[in-house]
Design a protein around this ligand. Structure first.
Ligand SMILES: Cc1ncc(COP(=O)(O)O)c(C=O)c1O
Length: 460
């Protein structure tokens, strides 16, 4: 029996979201190939990690080098690659951030950052932005509001949500198209009413990615930092997606000119290999150490991922990928705005660098989300060879997150836009032929879906 006649997922636990209907065999550059030989343009950079392109030769060489040196060590031994990576990061990260600790995943890095903030401040309350995604583990999962929290019992005590600065869909129903930070003021007023006074941290993504690619307005993070400091809390920036070039800069923090107390990086540091870091100041590190900070995992300071991280940083610098991200990001944004002129259903195009969001609506005035078109179009794009991630949440709209590797070419973008344009046009027609089009519920859209694949809805 072939994999086509058996279910290849037979012995796999389902971990959320839809899976691609075929086994994927290979990934290279901006493309992946499935078992049938279909070549798919990867506009999600894997899980937002492969910024230098899949299987970049420098990453492959770094893995080979690790095979000749060391793959893994006792957690109390520090390999040369870890020392060098910490130095390389210290050279590009805004001061006074200087010290790093290397772990594997974004969840872990946020777990560690929140623990450090708690230890440093002596408090335990953590405020996070609505729509945020910081991971799936205890502390990180507790401050993630774009994920499904139902069914797991109580989260971490002392977790608070601040309405996110979404100018297209104002969460406090106050602004339209220009956020005046009322959401932040209302959020902190509510937080202060509930606080026990044991405050620890405010955590934020510089661009709220899984929450719909929301770019906070100018001045937002200065104001957030002021509010954070006023309350004696530490500010944590989660740059899992935004660091190392996705927005066209080494860090969003450098671009925003706001330096947090703790900065976490993950996905884009390993370029596809599990690697993450917490970066902080000498002062915070010293105090946490004094208070016996412990995060002694099996793979803390492992040599292989650090060697890869160095290769990723060298590749970004050597191939001028920061500049390229800005240039290609502008080209992508212009192409998307052109599509918006032709498709009424594209209500909003937003984002920075090579992280762009496209929000689909049934009507530009009411901004009612067009979930059905989002699901069908995503699926059609995939059939035609373009993989994109869509976020569909009833109260937050249908938003595609487009994030190709920074090595993407104009030709790749043109090809993606042609597929996107064709898919949108075809699926609009499919829906127009059905009664009640455009306002159909998501389950109805699923019933009409072509391959039983729900348009790549994923949890993040
Ligand atoms: C901003 C952000 N932080 C943290 C995480 C969690 O990272 P990981 O999945 O590596 O644990 C994610 C994952 O999508 C993320 O987008």
């Amino acid at each position: 029996m072939t994999e086509r006649t058996t279910d290849f997922r037979e012995h796999l636990i389902r971990y959320g979201g839809d899976t691609y209907p075929e086994i994927v065999e290979k990934a290279q550059g901006c493309y992946v190939w499935d078992a049938s030989g279909n070549k798919i343009l990867d506009f999600t950079s894997g899980q937002m990690c492969a910024t230098v392109g899949h299987n970049h030769p420098n990453i492959v060489a770094a893995i080979r080098k690790s095979c000749d040196t060391a793959l893994h060590l006792f957690s109390g031994m520090i390999p040369r690659s870890v020392v060098e990576l910490a130095r390389a990061i210290a050279k590009i990260v805004p001061r006074p951030l200087t010290k790093s600790m290397f772990v594997n995943t974004g969840s872990e890095s946020n777990e560690a950052a929140i623990k450090m903030a708690k230890l440093y401040t002596g408090g335990f309350e953590v405020v996070a932005l609505g729509g945020s995604w910081h991971g799936v583990t205890g502390n990180a999962g507790a401050v993630s509001f774009a994920s499904d929290r139902k069914g797991y019992g109580p989260g971490m005590p002392g977790t608070f949500a601040l309405p996110e600065p979404n100018a297209y869909r104002c969460p406090v129903r106050h602004c339209r198209d220009r956020c005046d930070l009322t959401c932040m003021k209302v959020g902190f007023e509510l937080y202060d009413m509930q606080s026990t006074g044991a405050r620890a941290a405010v955590i934020a993504e510089p661009v709220i990615s899984a929450g719909g690619v929301i770019v906070p307005p100018d001045g937002y993070f200065d104001a957030l930092q002021k509010e954070t400091q006023k309350r004696g809390m530490l500010m944590i920036f989660d740059e899992a997606q935004t660091a190392f070039g996705r927005l066209g800069h080494w860090f969003a923090a450098s671009h925003l000119k706001v330096t947090p107390d703790l900065l976490t990086v993950s996905k884009t540091l390993g370029g596809g290999i599990p690697l993450a870091a917490v970066i902080t100041t000498d002062e915070i590190e010293a105090k946490c150490h004094e208070r016996h900070f412990a995060f002694y995992t099996s793979h803390v300071s492992d040599p292989l991922p650090a060697t890869v991280g160095l290769a990723v940083l060298e590749t970004i610098a050597g191939e001028h990928l920061l500049e390229r991200s800005r240039e290609m990001g502008e080209y992508l944004a212009a192409s998307l705005r052109e599509l918006q002129e032709r498709h009424e259903e594209i209500g909003d195009v937003r984002g920075m660098g090579l992280l762009r969001g496209i929000e689909l609506v049934t009507d530009r005035e009411t901004r009612a989300p067009h979930h059905a078109l989002g699901a069908l179009t995503t699926e059609r794009c995939l059939q035609l060879g373009l993989s994109m991630n869509i976020r569909r949440r009833p109260e937050r709209g249908s938003v595609w997150r487009i994030a190709p590797p920074l090595t993407v070419t104009r030709e790749d973008i043109d090809r993606a836009m042609t597929i996107f344009d064709q898919s949108l046009s075809e699926m609009k027609e499919v829906l127009a032929r059905r009664p009640g089009s455009g306002t159909r519920s998501e389950p109805a859209a699923r019933k009409h879906s072509m391959a039983g694949h729900r348009g790549r809805q994923t949890p993040m």
